[in-house]
Design a protein around this ligand. Structure first.
Ligand code: FES
Length: 79
C-alpha cells in the first residue's frame, strides 16, 4: 500500500493502481467539470475520451486513467 492525497485527504491505495481508480476509491465520482459546468468522470478508461482529467502535483489536465499512483502524489479533482 502507498499513501497519496486526494483533494487534501490522505488515502492508502494498493501499489500499481491507476489515479482514476484511486479517486473512485476515495468516493469521488466527479473528476472535473465541463466548460458549461457539468460534472464529468471517466468514460473510456483507455486514454481516449479525456473525461478523467485531474490535476496531479500541480500539473493540470492529466488523464487519470493513464497514470499510476506514486507515494506522496497530490491529486485534485475539479469538484
Ligand atoms: S477515462 Fe477516457 S481518457 Fe481517461
Amino acid at each position: 500500500m502507498i499513501e497519496i492525497r486526494v483533494n487534501g485527504k490522505t488515502l492508502k491505495v494498493p501499489e500499481g493502481v491507476s489515479v482514476a481508480a484511486a479517486i473512485a476509491l476515495s468516493g469521488h465520482d466527479r473528476f472535473r467539470r465541463s466548460v458549461a459546468g457539468q460534472p464529468r468522470g471517466p468514460l473510456c478508461g483507455i486514454g481516449v475520451c479525456f473525461e478523467c482529467r485531474v490535476t496531479v502535483d500541480g500539473e493540470p489536465h492529466v488523464r487519470s486513467c493513464q497514470l499510476l499512483c506514486w507515494p506522496g502524489m497530490e491529486v485534485c479533482t475539479d469538484d
